[in-house]
Design a protein around this ligand. Structure first.
Ligand code: CTP
Length: 416
């Protein structure tokens, strides 16, 4: 018997609050304990009595109510998941600023649980640069943002800004709870239940001196999305993180590595006993041949130093080599990423297929450079190639959708 899961359901002050009553019902019917925390403004749309009746719990909006229960920290600390719907532009801004001026924002700050928000507002407000920046900030902190739907809004207008239906929000919350299954005990019925997956993500940095390095523009968003998707599919996930511009998904075993050599050591150690490895990290192919212990100085004349680079080891290729030498030793499925362009010698896919053969990995996730390189963006377009004759998979969508497709292909390859 696992403990009953606890959900904090935050309600923002938008008309879509009425739809969240159905979401609360779904949570309750699935056996969850739910504390509803409305903002004061949201009570203009749906009253306290509705939330108390449906949740079977007292409902408060301010930190000075029911002070004896220390709700402003207790609710957040005890939660397995925080869901906020509808998240209005004002609430999104307060969350992004880290404010704590009501019970809901206090609860979010006091919680280490995964947080999912479902913004709903008029299209103009959703597309306003202030909201866009706030949403990007929240995403970069690891908060899951369920994009609003497109359709009829409150008045006659329509466009992006609609709160998704209760069932869709419920399904997204279920995926997050599954991903955080370390909090509630492992599940045995998911595609990667009982499997260990190593994921590398982010860009390596190769130091020149104590203040300078050679780096790259990888944000780590696609790799961390793969880690999240593998967690949601039931795997134990070891995330080997180079430099990330995004949050670490809750529930992974995190190892950090800065340089290509550190990443190689961390990945090699993590792969022992693992079932699969996904090399999503952007690993520097070269590093400075020499490291200066003190800062390299201008020498008074107009000269500039000449950098000599040496090759870094190819981690992906060495994992494949190790497995060839000792098939029982390495992960059964090795996944590489590749960025390709077409040229006179062949198309993107010609180059990708020859790279798959050259690297000897089992799956290759191919980005067409130029079309969508994907650095730092939320969306990606890839083709997943398989070394056995499984059909190619094309995916265009959010990095989470691409990650789900990678994990599906990985699970299928593990079972072949
Ligand atoms: N990789 C690695 N070790 C390196 C370089 C890359 O393990 N030193 C991995 C990456 O994590 C990725 C894949 O190899 O999974 C990318 O291969 P790579 O040959 O670097 O691809 P491109 O950057 O497309 O390189 P090339 O210029 O050779 O086409």
């Amino acid at each position: 018997m696992t403990a009953q899961q606890r959900i904090v359901l935050g309600i923002g002050g938008g008309i879509a609050a009425y739809k969240v009553a159905a979401l609360l019902r779904l949570f309750k019917e699935s056996g969850r304990h739910v504390d509803v925390v409305p903002t004061e403004a949201s009570l203009q749309f749906v009253g306290r009595a509705t939330w108390e009746a449906l949740s079977g719990r007292p409902v408060h909006t301010g930190v000075f109510e029911a002070v004896e229960d220390v709700n402003h920290v207790r609710l957040g600390q005890e939660a397995d998941l925080v869901v906020i719907a509808p998240a209005t532009a004002d609430l999104v801004a307060r969350l992004a600023a880290g404010m704590a001026n009501d019970l809901l924002t206090n609860t979010v700050l006091a919680s280490r649980a995964p947080v999912m928000i479902a913004p709903a507002m008029h299209t103009e407000m959703w597309e306003n640069p202030a909201t866009t920046a706030n949403i990007a900030t929240l995403r970069s902190r690891g908060i899951t943002v369920v994009d609003p739907g497109v359709g009829r809004l409150t008045g006659k207008d329509s466009g992006p800004g609609r709160l998704p239906e209760a069932q869709e929000l419920f399904d997204a919350a279920q995926r997050l709870l599954a991903a955080a299954s370390h909090l509630v005990g492992p599940r045995t019925d998911l595609p990667l239940s009982g499997r260990t997956v190593v994921v590398s993500a982010g860009g390596t940095r190769e130091p020149l001196d104590p203040v300078r390095f050679l780096g790259n523009r990888s944000s780590g968003k696609q790799g961390t999305a793969v880690a999240r998707a593998a967690l949601a599919a039931g795997a134990t996930v070891k995330l080997i993180a180079a430099h990330l511009e995004t949050g670490v998904p809750p529930g992974v075993e995190l190892v950090t590595a800065s340089t290509a050599l550190e990443l190689r050591d961390a990945v090699t150690a993590a792969c022992e006993g693992a079932d699969a490895v996904v090399m999503a990290a952007a690993v520097a192919d070269f590093r400075p041949a020499d490291y200066a212990d003190s800062k390299i100085k201008k020498k008074g004349d107009d000269g500039a130093p000449t950098l000599t680079l040496v090759r870094n080891p190819d981690i992906l290729a060495s994992l494949v080599d190790q497995r060839r030498e000792d098939p029982a030793s390495g992960p059964a499925v090795i996944v590489g990423f590749a960025a390709e362009t077409g040229d006179d010698d062949g198309s993107v896919m010609d180059h990708a297929r020859s790279k798959l053969a050259r690297k000897g990995c089992d799956l290759l996730v191919v980005n067409e450079v130029g079309a969508t390189l994907g650095f730092g963006t939320e969306d990606n377009t890839v083709t997943i190639l398989s070394a056995d004759d499984a059909p190619e998979v094309h995916v265009a969508g959010t990095k989470d959708e691409v990650a789900e497709a990678v994990v599906t292909a990985l699970a299928a390859a593990l079972n072949r």
